[in-house]
Design a protein around this ligand. Structure first.
Ligand SMILES: C[S@@+](CC[C@H](N)C(=O)[O-])C[C@H]1O[C@@H](n2cnc3c(N)ncnc32)[C@H](O)[C@@H]1O
Ligand code: SF4
Ligand code: SF4
Length: 358
């Protein structure tokens, strides 16, 4: 069996509060999956499943106490497979020699999402100290390489312009505006070539031991499946047309390994996990539907396994719980956790992942 891509989801826990986090880790969702807990299942999967690329993530994977074992262990089981790890790079103590050598030895690319435009300097410094003689490239080198950059520039100008300001249909025309207008654009409307470069360019860093680091801003987020019900301090889920929700979903091919079981995507199993920790209010039918999603176990019979992989790219009934339209919104995340929601169980970072029946 073969997949293009698989995500190893190893922690509910995260120290950030990105509004709309698609795996709900902005709330006080807690628990890690220890490396040895499902090692046997992973070893069995490695005998029959390959993929082109995999990514280790959470939650915040660097908060998982076994992160070095995860990086080394997954590569040992799936050598010659491209590997990535996604982190917010905020747990600075973890950027130590053990992490560095694990990344270098396994050629795992470290991908950093800033989630706040103001973190760029601090994270570049961290990466500079973590790596050995880094070479930093901004990509694209030239903003004009971005599709529609000139047209988008003109329409942004037209949105913020004062009636008294001259017409401006290109970056060149904007450059020739008076310094007073350009200053107002930058200081009041946060609009200038330097600020756009900060927003649109990302960093590709390589060092002399072959480590690769990518730093992206990632500060425009889609709406999540979870909806807050502020008057009751509880959550609920969407009630969408599952086909429409699947059509627009950015996670539909992000197949997911959690607790040794494979699911179509993260949310399909995380709905159940989140509901185990927090009050999610649903009708009886919707609750049954939510709980009826069954990730694939490694010991499933041949027919079940074949059906699962044959249909893994199709919509599932639980897609109705996700939004069917999206309007990306800017986020500026921080470590002040969103404490919204009534918990069903006390906070416990040692919670095991994937213990839900089925
Ligand atoms: C859930 S995070 C986990 C890894 C790590 N904590 C991080 O933020 O990079 C994995 C990826 O999903 C992205 N992501 C999460 N929620 C999103 C949303 N609502 N819209 C767009 N991207 C989202 C993050 O930017 C990140 O690249
Ligand atoms: S850093 Fe943000 S996107 Fe990543 S898991 Fe935490 S809350 Fe979600
Ligand atoms: S349940 Fe469906 S719509 Fe929701 S994330 Fe998974 S694939 Fe996407």
């Amino acid at each position: 069996m073969h997949l293009d891509y698989l995500e190893f989801y190893i922690s509910h826990t995260c120290n950030f509060n990105c509004i709309g986090c698609n795996r709900f880790n902005n709330y006080l969702f807690t628990g890690h999956q220890r490396w040895h807990e499902h090692l046997k299942a992973h070893q069995q999967w490695a005998e029959k499943l390959t993929f082109d690329r995999y990514r280790i993530l959470g939650g915040e994977p660097l908060l998982n106490p076994d992160i070095v074992d995860w990086i080394r262990g997954t590569k040992q089981l799936w050598p010659n497979t491209e590997s990535f790890i996604s982190t917010n790079a905020s747990f600075k103590r973890r950027f130590d020699k053990d992490l560095y050598t694990a990344l270098v030895d396994t050629q795992t690319v470290l991908e950093i999402g800033l989630h706040d435009i103001n973190r760029k300097k601090e994270v570049l410094e961290l990466v500079n100290n973590f790596t050995s003689n880094p070479v930093i490239k901004r990509t694209p080198l030239d903003l004009w390489e971005l599709p529609n950059f000139g047209a988008n520039w003109a329409s942004s100008y037209n949105r913020i312009r004062d009636e008294s300001w001259p017409d401006c249909n290109s970056v060149e025309e904007w450059n020739s505006l008076s310094d007073t207008i350009k200053q107002e654009c930058e200081q009041v409307h946060h609009f200038s070539l330097d600020l756009e470069a900060d927003r649109l360019q990302y960093y590709n860093i390589s060092d002399d031991n072959g480590l690769q680091v990518v730093i992206k801003l990632e500060n425009f987020f889609y709406q999540p499946a979870l909806l807050k019900q502020p008057e009751r301090n509880t959550f609920t889920l969407h009630n969408s047309d599952p086909y429409k929700a699947h059509e627009v979903c950015a996670s539909k091919y992000c197949h997911h390994m959690m607790a040794g079981k494979i699911s179509k995507c993260g949310p399909s199993v995380l709905f159940q996990e989140f509901d185990r920790q927090f009050e999610v209010e649903l009708s009886k039918e919707d609750r049954e539907l939510m709980m009826s999603y069954k990730p694939l176990t490694v010991d499933a019979d041949e027919e079940t396994t074949k059906n699962f992989f044959d249909s893994i790219r199709n919509p599932i009934d639980q897609c109705k719980f996700c939004p069917q339209t999206y309007a990306p919104e800017e986020i500026n995340s921080s470590i002040n956790k969103d404490k919204f929601g009534k918990r069903r169980v006390p906070i416990n970072t040692h919670t095991k992942l994937g213990e839900v029946d089925g």
